[in-house]
Design a protein. Structure first.
Length: 142
């Protein structure tokens, strides 16, 4: 894991969580969306309405915050698939709305993941420490 300079004069920062590859981010998005779908179904809020849409948007942003920017379309697609399959159509079947609602939902999830990836994971500040190394004693020739 490398160090990243945040801005000039601000010191060094290190991510609290390492940034994941695209395939790991997709797997995390699929698992998180499945868990969120089960939780929303248990609570009774799994519908095509506002609470489920907000929950899947937050899920996209959370997974996107620890992912690379290239993973945003995959994260958005995973969130849209679970939202559309279980929240909108209720029988695990995907359907495409010709009116453009699905484009807006897919765009919302993708933009949330991309914006969180641009902002990056939470970071902690690293304090630089100066270490002085004493000079080595002269070598004796034998």
């Amino acid at each position: 894991m490398g160090l990243y300079a945040r801005r000039r004069g601000r010191g060094w920062t290190r991510p609290l969580v390492p940034v994941q590859r695209v395939d790991v981010s997709l797997a995390a998005a699929l698992v998180a969306a499945a868990v969120l779908t089960a939780v929303l179904a248990a609570v009774g809020e799994l519908s095509g309405g506002g609470p489920a849409l907000l929950a899947f948007t937050v899920l996209s942003a959370v997974v996107g915050s620890v992912s690379r920017r290239r993973a945003a379309p995959a994260i958005g697609l995973a969130a849209w698939a679970f939202f559309d399959g279980f929240g909108v159509h209720h029988h695990a079947e995907l359907g495409w709305d010709a009116g453009g609602a699905d484009w807006r939902r897919l765009g919302l999830f993708t933009v949330a993941a991309f914006a969180a990836a641009v902002l990056g994971p939470p970071r902690r500040r690293i304090r630089p420490v100066r270490i002085t190394v004493p000079a080595a004693p002269p070598r004796r020739r034998t």
